[in-house]
Ligand binder design. Structure first.
Ligand code: 4UV
Length: 523
Protein backbone atom coordinates (compact mmCIF):
# COMPACT_ATOMS: atom_id res chain seq x y z
CA UNK A 1 0.00 0.00 0.00
CA UNK A 2 1.36 3.45 -0.85
CA UNK A 3 2.16 5.62 2.16
CA UNK A 4 -0.03 8.70 2.12
CA UNK A 5 1.16 11.91 3.69
CA UNK A 6 -0.01 12.12 7.31
CA UNK A 7 -1.05 15.71 6.55
CA UNK A 8 -4.44 16.60 5.10
CA UNK A 9 -4.44 17.43 1.39
CA UNK A 10 -4.18 21.10 0.54
CA UNK A 11 -6.00 22.83 -2.28
CA UNK A 12 -3.83 23.90 -5.21
CA UNK A 13 -5.15 27.06 -6.90
CA UNK A 14 -5.44 26.63 -10.66
CA UNK A 15 -3.49 29.78 -11.59
CA UNK A 16 -0.15 30.77 -13.14
CA UNK A 17 2.69 31.39 -10.69
CA UNK A 18 2.55 35.18 -11.15
CA UNK A 19 -1.13 35.33 -10.10
CA UNK A 20 -0.41 33.08 -7.14
CA UNK A 21 2.50 35.13 -5.82
CA UNK A 22 1.81 38.70 -6.87
CA UNK A 23 -1.64 39.41 -5.47
CA UNK A 24 -2.54 41.70 -2.63
CA UNK A 25 0.66 42.34 -0.73
CA UNK A 26 -1.41 44.26 1.82
CA UNK A 27 0.73 45.73 4.56
CA UNK A 28 3.81 44.06 3.13
CA UNK A 29 3.75 46.11 -0.13
CA UNK A 30 6.34 48.53 1.22
CA UNK A 31 8.37 45.88 3.10
CA UNK A 32 11.61 44.46 1.71
CA UNK A 33 11.00 41.35 -0.40
CA UNK A 34 14.66 40.89 -1.37
CA UNK A 35 17.81 42.33 0.17
CA UNK A 36 21.21 42.08 -1.47
CA UNK A 37 23.32 40.61 1.34
CA UNK A 38 26.68 42.17 0.42
CA UNK A 39 25.43 45.75 -0.15
CA UNK A 40 22.22 45.79 1.90
CA UNK A 41 20.25 47.25 -1.06
CA UNK A 42 16.60 46.22 -0.78
CA UNK A 43 13.58 46.06 -3.06
CA UNK A 44 10.06 46.04 -1.68
CA UNK A 45 7.25 43.75 -2.77
CA UNK A 46 5.58 46.62 -4.65
CA UNK A 47 8.83 47.62 -6.36
CA UNK A 48 9.46 44.03 -7.35
CA UNK A 49 6.01 43.76 -8.91
CA UNK A 50 6.63 47.00 -10.82
CA UNK A 51 9.91 45.60 -12.16
CA UNK A 52 8.31 42.29 -13.13
CA UNK A 53 5.62 44.06 -15.17
CA UNK A 54 8.17 46.32 -16.92
CA UNK A 55 10.41 43.37 -17.78
CA UNK A 56 7.40 41.47 -19.14
CA UNK A 57 6.41 44.50 -21.24
CA UNK A 58 9.94 44.96 -22.60
CA UNK A 59 10.30 41.27 -23.44
CA UNK A 60 6.96 41.33 -25.21
CA UNK A 61 8.12 44.37 -27.22
CA UNK A 62 11.13 42.30 -28.26
CA UNK A 63 8.87 39.54 -29.52
CA UNK A 64 9.30 37.15 -26.59
CA UNK A 65 6.05 35.43 -25.65
CA UNK A 66 4.19 32.16 -25.19
CA UNK A 67 6.35 29.10 -25.71
CA UNK A 68 9.63 31.03 -25.92
CA UNK A 69 12.48 29.97 -23.66
CA UNK A 70 14.71 32.55 -21.98
CA UNK A 71 17.90 31.54 -20.15
CA UNK A 72 18.82 33.01 -16.78
CA UNK A 73 22.56 32.65 -16.12
CA UNK A 74 23.37 34.76 -13.09
CA UNK A 75 24.24 34.60 -9.39
CA UNK A 76 21.68 35.33 -6.66
CA UNK A 77 20.68 38.98 -6.43
CA UNK A 78 17.30 40.68 -5.96
CA UNK A 79 17.17 41.34 -9.74
CA UNK A 80 17.34 37.59 -10.39
CA UNK A 81 13.84 37.32 -8.88
CA UNK A 82 12.54 40.27 -10.92
CA UNK A 83 13.84 38.79 -14.18
CA UNK A 84 12.63 35.28 -13.34
CA UNK A 85 9.07 36.48 -12.76
CA UNK A 86 9.26 39.00 -15.63
CA UNK A 87 9.97 36.16 -18.06
CA UNK A 88 7.05 34.13 -16.71
CA UNK A 89 4.74 37.18 -16.77
CA UNK A 90 5.67 37.62 -20.46
CA UNK A 91 4.11 34.14 -20.92
CA UNK A 92 7.57 32.71 -21.64
CA UNK A 93 9.60 29.93 -19.99
CA UNK A 94 12.73 30.25 -17.82
CA UNK A 95 15.63 27.87 -18.22
CA UNK A 96 17.87 28.46 -15.21
CA UNK A 97 21.55 27.77 -15.84
CA UNK A 98 24.25 26.81 -13.34
CA UNK A 99 26.40 29.92 -13.01
CA UNK A 100 29.60 27.83 -12.90
CA UNK A 101 28.99 26.38 -16.35
CA UNK A 102 31.69 26.59 -19.02
CA UNK A 103 30.78 27.97 -22.46
CA UNK A 104 30.35 24.40 -23.74
CA UNK A 105 27.94 23.43 -20.97
CA UNK A 106 25.99 26.67 -21.38
CA UNK A 107 25.83 26.16 -25.14
CA UNK A 108 24.44 22.66 -24.61
CA UNK A 109 21.62 23.95 -22.40
CA UNK A 110 20.85 26.90 -24.70
CA UNK A 111 20.70 24.62 -27.73
CA UNK A 112 18.77 21.83 -26.03
CA UNK A 113 16.17 24.14 -24.49
CA UNK A 114 15.89 26.29 -27.62
CA UNK A 115 16.55 29.48 -25.65
CA UNK A 116 16.21 32.72 -27.62
CA UNK A 117 17.72 35.16 -25.16
CA UNK A 118 20.09 35.06 -22.18
CA UNK A 119 19.97 37.22 -19.06
CA UNK A 120 23.38 37.38 -17.39
CA UNK A 121 25.85 39.62 -15.55
CA UNK A 122 28.83 41.41 -17.08
CA UNK A 123 31.50 39.14 -15.51
CA UNK A 124 29.86 36.18 -17.31
CA UNK A 125 29.77 37.86 -20.76
CA UNK A 126 32.85 36.07 -22.10
CA UNK A 127 31.28 32.70 -21.44
CA UNK A 128 27.91 33.81 -22.84
CA UNK A 129 29.47 35.24 -26.00
CA UNK A 130 31.34 31.99 -26.67
CA UNK A 131 28.22 29.90 -26.01
CA UNK A 132 26.01 32.04 -28.27
CA UNK A 133 28.51 31.62 -31.10
CA UNK A 134 28.64 27.87 -30.51
CA UNK A 135 24.86 27.45 -30.81
CA UNK A 136 24.49 29.96 -33.62
CA UNK A 137 22.47 32.55 -31.69
CA UNK A 138 23.01 36.26 -32.46
CA UNK A 139 25.70 37.91 -30.32
CA UNK A 140 23.17 40.50 -29.15
CA UNK A 141 20.72 37.95 -27.71
CA UNK A 142 21.85 39.05 -24.25
CA UNK A 143 20.60 41.33 -21.49
CA UNK A 144 22.93 42.16 -18.61
CA UNK A 145 21.52 42.63 -15.12
CA UNK A 146 24.22 45.18 -14.27
CA UNK A 147 25.79 47.24 -17.07
CA UNK A 148 28.26 46.64 -19.90
CA UNK A 149 29.40 48.85 -22.77
CA UNK A 150 27.25 48.36 -25.86
CA UNK A 151 24.93 45.82 -24.20
CA UNK A 152 21.23 45.96 -23.47
CA UNK A 153 20.84 46.16 -19.72
CA UNK A 154 18.05 45.50 -17.25
CA UNK A 155 17.87 49.27 -16.77
CA UNK A 156 17.03 49.62 -20.51
CA UNK A 157 14.20 47.12 -20.16
CA UNK A 158 12.85 48.87 -17.08
CA UNK A 159 12.71 52.15 -19.02
CA UNK A 160 10.00 50.85 -21.34
CA UNK A 161 6.71 52.74 -21.46
CA UNK A 162 4.87 49.78 -22.97
CA UNK A 163 2.12 47.96 -21.10
CA UNK A 164 2.71 44.35 -20.04
CA UNK A 165 1.12 41.80 -22.37
CA UNK A 166 -2.09 40.02 -21.42
CA UNK A 167 -1.32 36.90 -19.44
CA UNK A 168 -2.21 33.93 -21.63
CA UNK A 169 -0.37 31.10 -19.86
CA UNK A 170 -2.44 28.75 -17.76
CA UNK A 171 -1.53 26.54 -14.81
CA UNK A 172 -0.81 23.56 -17.03
CA UNK A 173 1.75 25.39 -19.19
CA UNK A 174 5.51 24.96 -18.75
CA UNK A 175 7.01 27.56 -16.41
CA UNK A 176 10.62 26.47 -15.96
CA UNK A 177 13.17 24.12 -17.46
CA UNK A 178 15.89 23.49 -14.88
CA UNK A 179 18.38 20.80 -15.95
CA UNK A 180 18.90 17.51 -14.17
CA UNK A 181 20.41 14.21 -15.19
CA UNK A 182 17.70 12.31 -13.29
CA UNK A 183 18.49 8.64 -12.85
CA UNK A 184 20.70 8.22 -15.92
CA UNK A 185 22.49 10.01 -18.75
CA UNK A 186 23.28 13.66 -19.32
CA UNK A 187 21.50 16.72 -17.96
CA UNK A 188 18.00 17.01 -19.39
CA UNK A 189 15.41 19.79 -19.31
CA UNK A 190 12.92 19.06 -16.52
CA UNK A 191 9.47 20.31 -17.52
CA UNK A 192 7.89 21.96 -14.50
CA UNK A 193 4.55 23.63 -15.02
CA UNK A 194 3.08 26.62 -13.23
CA UNK A 195 0.86 24.12 -11.40
CA UNK A 196 3.89 22.10 -10.24
CA UNK A 197 5.53 25.19 -8.76
CA UNK A 198 2.33 26.54 -7.18
CA UNK A 199 1.60 23.08 -5.75
CA UNK A 200 4.99 22.71 -4.11
CA UNK A 201 4.64 26.14 -2.47
CA UNK A 202 1.20 25.20 -1.09
CA UNK A 203 2.54 21.86 0.11
CA UNK A 204 5.61 23.21 1.92
CA UNK A 205 3.59 26.04 3.46
CA UNK A 206 2.02 23.38 5.69
CA UNK A 207 5.40 22.18 6.98
CA UNK A 208 7.42 25.26 7.87
CA UNK A 209 6.72 28.38 9.91
CA UNK A 210 7.67 30.87 7.23
CA UNK A 211 5.89 34.22 7.59
CA UNK A 212 6.33 37.94 7.12
CA UNK A 213 8.47 37.83 10.28
CA UNK A 214 10.95 35.42 8.67
CA UNK A 215 14.25 36.44 7.15
CA UNK A 216 15.47 33.75 4.77
CA UNK A 217 19.09 33.43 3.73
CA UNK A 218 19.45 32.57 0.04
CA UNK A 219 23.06 31.58 -0.51
CA UNK A 220 22.09 28.37 -2.29
CA UNK A 221 21.65 29.30 -5.93
CA UNK A 222 18.31 30.28 -7.42
CA UNK A 223 19.24 28.41 -10.61
CA UNK A 224 18.90 25.15 -8.65
CA UNK A 225 15.37 24.12 -7.80
CA UNK A 226 16.04 24.17 -4.02
CA UNK A 227 16.95 27.89 -4.17
CA UNK A 228 14.25 28.65 -6.72
CA UNK A 229 11.27 27.17 -4.87
CA UNK A 230 12.27 26.99 -1.23
CA UNK A 231 14.12 30.30 -0.95
CA UNK A 232 13.07 32.69 -3.75
CA UNK A 233 9.44 31.69 -4.30
CA UNK A 234 8.59 30.49 -0.79
CA UNK A 235 9.91 33.82 0.49
CA UNK A 236 7.59 35.68 -1.87
CA UNK A 237 4.66 33.41 -1.09
CA UNK A 238 4.95 33.81 2.67
CA UNK A 239 5.76 37.55 2.37
CA UNK A 240 9.07 36.91 4.10
CA UNK A 241 12.27 38.84 3.38
CA UNK A 242 14.89 36.98 1.34
CA UNK A 243 18.51 38.02 1.83
CA UNK A 244 20.55 37.02 -1.22
CA UNK A 245 24.22 36.09 -1.49
CA UNK A 246 25.91 35.62 -4.87
CA UNK A 247 28.32 32.95 -3.60
CA UNK A 248 29.37 31.08 -0.48
CA UNK A 249 32.21 32.51 1.56
CA UNK A 250 32.17 31.58 5.27
CA UNK A 251 33.05 34.95 6.89
CA UNK A 252 30.72 36.84 4.56
CA UNK A 253 27.97 34.24 5.09
CA UNK A 254 28.26 34.70 8.87
CA UNK A 255 28.43 38.49 8.59
CA UNK A 256 25.31 38.64 6.40
CA UNK A 257 23.35 36.37 8.75
CA UNK A 258 24.39 38.36 11.78
CA UNK A 259 23.96 41.87 10.34
CA UNK A 260 20.66 41.19 8.59
CA UNK A 261 19.37 39.18 11.57
CA UNK A 262 18.53 36.18 9.36
CA UNK A 263 16.19 33.69 11.06
CA UNK A 264 16.05 30.81 8.57
CA UNK A 265 19.15 29.46 6.86
CA UNK A 266 18.88 26.88 4.08
CA UNK A 267 22.01 24.86 3.50
CA UNK A 268 23.45 21.74 1.93
CA UNK A 269 25.42 19.43 4.27
CA UNK A 270 28.95 20.81 3.60
CA UNK A 271 27.87 24.12 5.18
CA UNK A 272 26.82 22.20 8.30
CA UNK A 273 30.43 21.04 8.68
CA UNK A 274 31.61 24.66 8.81
CA UNK A 275 28.80 25.71 11.16
CA UNK A 276 29.56 22.86 13.54
CA UNK A 277 33.33 23.01 13.50
CA UNK A 278 34.89 26.24 12.27
CA UNK A 279 36.29 28.44 15.09
CA UNK A 280 35.34 31.67 13.28
CA UNK A 281 31.65 30.92 13.86
CA UNK A 282 32.04 32.04 17.50
CA UNK A 283 33.03 35.53 16.39
CA UNK A 284 29.52 36.36 15.13
CA UNK A 285 26.25 36.96 16.94
CA UNK A 286 24.08 34.27 15.35
CA UNK A 287 21.38 34.34 18.02
CA UNK A 288 18.94 35.45 15.28
CA UNK A 289 18.90 31.97 13.71
CA UNK A 290 15.77 29.94 14.53
CA UNK A 291 16.10 27.22 11.92
CA UNK A 292 18.89 25.70 9.85
CA UNK A 293 17.35 23.51 7.14
CA UNK A 294 19.51 21.03 5.23
CA UNK A 295 18.75 19.31 1.94
CA UNK A 296 20.25 18.16 -1.39
CA UNK A 297 22.47 15.42 0.11
CA UNK A 298 22.40 13.27 3.25
CA UNK A 299 22.97 15.14 6.51
CA UNK A 300 24.91 13.33 9.20
CA UNK A 301 22.71 13.36 12.32
CA UNK A 302 25.58 13.99 14.74
CA UNK A 303 26.74 16.90 12.65
CA UNK A 304 23.22 18.30 12.57
CA UNK A 305 22.96 17.98 16.35
CA UNK A 306 26.29 19.75 16.76
CA UNK A 307 24.96 22.67 14.70
CA UNK A 308 21.73 22.78 16.74
CA UNK A 309 23.70 22.84 19.98
CA UNK A 310 26.30 25.37 18.91
CA UNK A 311 23.78 27.81 17.41
CA UNK A 312 21.00 27.01 19.86
CA UNK A 313 18.55 26.56 16.98
CA UNK A 314 16.37 23.91 15.36
CA UNK A 315 18.00 21.84 12.62
CA UNK A 316 15.73 20.16 10.08
CA UNK A 317 16.30 17.99 7.03
CA UNK A 318 14.33 17.67 3.83
CA UNK A 319 14.52 15.59 0.70
CA UNK A 320 13.94 16.86 -2.78
CA UNK A 321 14.70 16.37 -6.44
CA UNK A 322 14.48 18.75 -9.39
CA UNK A 323 11.82 16.49 -10.93
CA UNK A 324 9.67 16.99 -7.79
CA UNK A 325 9.66 20.82 -7.94
CA UNK A 326 11.58 19.84 -5.61
CA UNK A 327 10.27 18.89 -2.15
CA UNK A 328 8.46 15.62 -1.42
CA UNK A 329 9.54 14.84 2.16
CA UNK A 330 10.66 17.03 5.03
CA UNK A 331 10.67 17.55 8.76
CA UNK A 332 8.07 20.03 9.95
CA UNK A 333 9.14 23.01 12.05
CA UNK A 334 7.09 21.78 14.99
CA UNK A 335 9.08 18.55 15.35
CA UNK A 336 12.59 19.66 16.33
CA UNK A 337 12.84 16.36 18.22
CA UNK A 338 12.88 14.20 15.08
CA UNK A 339 15.82 11.93 14.28
CA UNK A 340 18.07 14.04 12.05
CA UNK A 341 19.07 10.98 10.01
CA UNK A 342 15.58 11.03 8.55
CA UNK A 343 13.92 13.28 5.99
CA UNK A 344 10.68 13.49 7.93
CA UNK A 345 7.25 12.90 6.46
CA UNK A 346 5.73 13.00 3.00
CA UNK A 347 4.38 16.52 2.53
CA UNK A 348 0.64 17.08 1.87
CA UNK A 349 -0.81 15.62 -1.37
CA UNK A 350 2.17 13.23 -1.73
CA UNK A 351 1.93 9.46 -1.91
CA UNK A 352 5.10 7.38 -1.68
CA UNK A 353 5.92 3.77 -2.34
CA UNK A 354 9.10 1.86 -1.56
CA UNK A 355 9.76 -0.77 -4.20
CA UNK A 356 12.36 -3.54 -4.33
CA UNK A 357 14.27 -2.75 -7.54
CA UNK A 358 14.95 -6.46 -8.17
CA UNK A 359 11.41 -7.80 -7.81
CA UNK A 360 9.28 -4.70 -8.44
CA UNK A 361 7.37 -5.57 -5.25
CA UNK A 362 6.45 -2.96 -2.69
CA UNK A 363 8.27 -3.40 0.62
CA UNK A 364 6.97 -2.72 4.11
CA UNK A 365 8.14 -0.60 7.05
CA UNK A 366 11.80 -1.10 7.95
CA UNK A 367 12.69 -2.61 4.57
CA UNK A 368 14.75 -0.87 1.90
CA UNK A 369 13.17 0.01 -1.41
CA UNK A 370 13.43 2.53 -4.22
CA UNK A 371 11.39 5.62 -3.39
CA UNK A 372 8.55 6.33 -5.80
CA UNK A 373 6.62 9.57 -5.44
CA UNK A 374 3.25 10.73 -6.77
CA UNK A 375 1.71 14.15 -6.32
CA UNK A 376 0.89 17.50 -7.96
CA UNK A 377 4.57 18.53 -7.73
CA UNK A 378 5.81 15.74 -10.01
CA UNK A 379 7.22 17.02 -13.33
CA UNK A 380 5.36 16.35 -16.55
CA UNK A 381 8.49 14.89 -18.20
CA UNK A 382 11.89 15.60 -19.70
CA UNK A 383 12.10 18.02 -22.61
CA UNK A 384 12.30 16.28 -26.00
CA UNK A 385 13.17 13.01 -24.31
CA UNK A 386 10.28 10.53 -24.22
CA UNK A 387 12.64 7.61 -23.48
CA UNK A 388 14.02 9.20 -20.31
CA UNK A 389 10.51 10.28 -19.33
CA UNK A 390 9.21 6.73 -19.78
CA UNK A 391 11.84 5.17 -17.51
CA UNK A 392 11.27 7.79 -14.79
CA UNK A 393 7.50 8.31 -14.74
CA UNK A 394 5.24 5.27 -14.70
CA UNK A 395 1.67 4.84 -15.95
CA UNK A 396 0.25 5.44 -12.49
CA UNK A 397 2.00 8.80 -12.21
CA UNK A 398 4.75 7.67 -9.82
CA UNK A 399 8.17 9.21 -10.30
CA UNK A 400 10.96 6.67 -9.71
CA UNK A 401 13.54 8.68 -7.81
CA UNK A 402 16.52 6.31 -7.98
CA UNK A 403 16.98 6.84 -4.23
CA UNK A 404 16.67 3.99 -1.74
CA UNK A 405 14.75 4.68 1.44
CA UNK A 406 13.13 3.09 4.46
CA UNK A 407 9.95 4.16 6.22
CA UNK A 408 8.72 3.61 9.78
CA UNK A 409 5.18 2.60 10.76
CA UNK A 410 4.65 6.30 11.55
CA UNK A 411 5.54 7.39 8.04
CA UNK A 412 9.03 8.76 8.72
CA UNK A 413 11.35 8.35 5.72
CA UNK A 414 15.13 7.91 5.68
CA UNK A 415 17.21 7.98 2.50
CA UNK A 416 19.75 5.16 2.82
CA UNK A 417 21.30 4.72 -0.64
CA UNK A 418 21.04 5.58 -4.31
CA UNK A 419 20.51 3.14 -7.19
CA UNK A 420 20.81 5.78 -9.92
CA UNK A 421 24.03 6.85 -11.59
CA UNK A 422 23.97 10.39 -10.20
CA UNK A 423 26.84 11.68 -8.05
CA UNK A 424 26.33 14.66 -5.73
CA UNK A 425 29.35 16.86 -5.00
CA UNK A 426 28.49 19.31 -2.22
CA UNK A 427 24.83 18.94 -3.15
CA UNK A 428 25.45 19.69 -6.86
CA UNK A 429 24.71 17.18 -9.58
CA UNK A 430 27.55 15.44 -11.36
CA UNK A 431 26.24 13.19 -14.14
CA UNK A 432 28.72 10.28 -14.61
CA UNK A 433 27.58 9.75 -18.22
CA UNK A 434 28.74 13.26 -19.10
CA UNK A 435 32.19 12.70 -17.60
CA UNK A 436 32.51 9.30 -19.26
CA UNK A 437 31.66 10.80 -22.66
CA UNK A 438 34.23 13.53 -22.08
CA UNK A 439 36.94 11.09 -20.97
CA UNK A 440 36.39 9.02 -24.11
CA UNK A 441 37.30 12.04 -26.26
CA UNK A 442 40.89 11.80 -24.92
CA UNK A 443 43.19 10.12 -27.46
CA UNK A 444 44.92 7.99 -24.87
CA UNK A 445 41.78 6.73 -23.14
CA UNK A 446 40.25 3.50 -24.45
CA UNK A 447 37.38 3.24 -21.99
CA UNK A 448 36.17 4.91 -18.79
CA UNK A 449 33.55 4.73 -16.05
CA UNK A 450 32.77 7.18 -13.26
CA UNK A 451 31.19 6.53 -9.85
CA UNK A 452 30.86 8.45 -6.59
CA UNK A 453 33.23 7.54 -3.74
CA UNK A 454 33.74 9.04 -0.29
CA UNK A 455 36.84 11.13 0.36
CA UNK A 456 38.63 11.39 3.74
CA UNK A 457 36.04 13.94 4.97
CA UNK A 458 33.15 11.67 4.02
CA UNK A 459 32.27 13.93 1.06
CA UNK A 460 31.02 12.22 -2.11
CA UNK A 461 33.45 12.85 -5.00
CA UNK A 462 33.60 11.63 -8.61
CA UNK A 463 36.14 8.86 -9.26
CA UNK A 464 37.11 7.80 -12.80
CA UNK A 465 38.16 4.26 -13.68
CA UNK A 466 40.23 4.62 -16.83
CA UNK A 467 41.47 2.06 -19.35
CA UNK A 468 44.50 3.43 -21.21
CA UNK A 469 44.95 2.93 -24.94
CA UNK A 470 47.59 0.29 -25.72
CA UNK A 471 51.04 1.86 -25.35
CA UNK A 472 49.75 5.05 -23.68
CA UNK A 473 51.35 6.16 -20.41
CA UNK A 474 48.80 8.73 -19.34
CA UNK A 475 48.90 9.68 -15.61
CA UNK A 476 46.12 10.48 -13.12
CA UNK A 477 47.03 14.17 -12.95
CA UNK A 478 46.72 14.49 -16.72
CA UNK A 479 43.30 12.85 -16.68
CA UNK A 480 42.07 15.21 -13.96
CA UNK A 481 43.48 18.27 -15.75
CA UNK A 482 41.91 17.22 -19.05
CA UNK A 483 38.46 17.04 -17.45
CA UNK A 484 38.91 20.17 -15.30
CA UNK A 485 39.66 22.31 -18.35
CA UNK A 486 36.39 21.38 -20.00
CA UNK A 487 33.69 21.34 -17.32
CA UNK A 488 32.37 23.35 -14.35
CA UNK A 489 34.48 22.99 -11.17
CA UNK A 490 31.91 20.93 -9.22
CA UNK A 491 32.07 18.21 -11.90
CA UNK A 492 35.85 17.71 -11.69
CA UNK A 493 37.12 14.14 -11.46
CA UNK A 494 38.87 14.03 -8.07
CA UNK A 495 40.20 10.45 -8.00
CA UNK A 496 41.54 8.33 -10.87
CA UNK A 497 42.31 4.62 -11.00
CA UNK A 498 43.70 2.87 -14.06
CA UNK A 499 42.23 -0.56 -14.71
CA UNK A 500 42.46 -3.17 -17.48
CA UNK A 501 38.81 -3.36 -18.33
CA UNK A 502 35.52 -1.65 -17.39
CA UNK A 503 33.03 -4.26 -16.15
CA UNK A 504 30.03 -4.32 -18.50
CA UNK A 505 26.82 -6.28 -18.92
CA UNK A 506 26.15 -8.37 -22.02
CA UNK A 507 24.30 -5.39 -23.50
CA UNK A 508 27.32 -3.14 -22.93
CA UNK A 509 26.02 -1.21 -19.90
CA UNK A 510 28.64 -0.22 -17.35
CA UNK A 511 28.25 -2.39 -14.24
CA UNK A 512 28.56 0.40 -11.72
CA UNK A 513 27.61 -1.88 -8.87
CA UNK A 514 30.71 -3.99 -9.60
CA UNK A 515 32.87 -0.87 -9.46
CA UNK A 516 31.16 0.16 -6.21
CA UNK A 517 31.77 -3.32 -4.76
CA UNK A 518 35.43 -3.11 -5.80
CA UNK A 519 35.64 0.25 -4.05
CA UNK A 520 33.93 -1.07 -0.90
CA UNK A 521 36.46 -3.93 -0.72
CA UNK A 522 39.36 -1.48 -0.83
CA UNK A 523 37.85 0.60 2.00
O1 4UV B 1 17.72 17.17 -8.49
P1 4UV B 1 18.59 17.52 -7.36
O2 4UV B 1 19.79 18.34 -7.62
O3 4UV B 1 17.63 18.22 -6.32
C1 4UV B 1 17.94 18.47 -5.01
C2 4UV B 1 16.89 19.06 -4.20
C3 4UV B 1 17.04 19.11 -2.85
C4 4UV B 1 16.11 19.72 -1.93
C5 4UV B 1 15.31 20.74 -2.28
C6 4UV B 1 14.42 21.32 -1.36
C7 4UV B 1 14.36 20.88 -0.06
O4 4UV B 1 13.57 21.39 0.79
C8 4UV B 1 15.19 19.84 0.31
O5 4UV B 1 15.16 19.45 1.47
C9 4UV B 1 16.08 19.29 -0.64
O6 4UV B 1 19.04 18.25 -4.55
O7 4UV B 1 19.12 16.20 -6.67
C10 4UV B 1 18.22 15.22 -6.24
C11 4UV B 1 18.96 14.13 -5.51
O8 4UV B 1 19.69 14.65 -4.40
C12 4UV B 1 19.74 13.68 -3.36
C13 4UV B 1 18.94 12.49 -3.85
O9 4UV B 1 19.80 11.55 -4.46
C14 4UV B 1 18.03 13.12 -4.88
O10 4UV B 1 17.52 12.24 -5.84
N1 4UV B 1 19.16 14.23 -2.13
C15 4UV B 1 18.42 15.34 -2.00
N2 4UV B 1 18.09 15.56 -0.71
C16 4UV B 1 18.63 14.54 0.00
C17 4UV B 1 19.30 13.68 -0.92
C18 4UV B 1 18.65 14.18 1.38
N3 4UV B 1 18.11 14.93 2.33
N4 4UV B 1 19.30 13.03 1.71
C19 4UV B 1 19.89 12.27 0.79
N5 4UV B 1 19.91 12.57 -0.52
Amino acid sequence: MPVRSPYADVEIPDVPLFDFLFTDFGERAGAPAFVDGPSGAAITFAELEGMVLKIAAALSERGIGAGDVVALFAPNTPSYAAVFHGILRANAIVTSVNSLYTPGELAHQLGDSGAKLVFTVSPFLDRVTAALAEVGLPADAVVVLDAAEGRTSLRDLLATTAEPPAQTVTAGDTAVLPYSSGTTGRAKGVILTHRNLVANLCQIAEMGDVSSETKILAVLPFFHIYGMTVMMNQGLHRRATVVTMPKFDLPEFLRVISEHRVSRVYIAPPVAVALAKHPIVDQYDLSCIDVVFSGAAPLDAELGQAVAKRLNCTVLQGYGMTELSPVSHCMPDDRPDMDLNTCGFAIPNVESKLVDPETGQEVGPGERGELWVRGPNVMSGYLNNPEATAITLDDEGYLHTGDVATVTEDGVFTIVDRVKELIKYKGYQVPPAELEALLLTHDEIADAAVIGVRDADGEEVPKAFVVRQAGANLGAAEVMAFVAERIAPHKKVRVVEFIDEIPKSASGKILRKDLRAREAERV
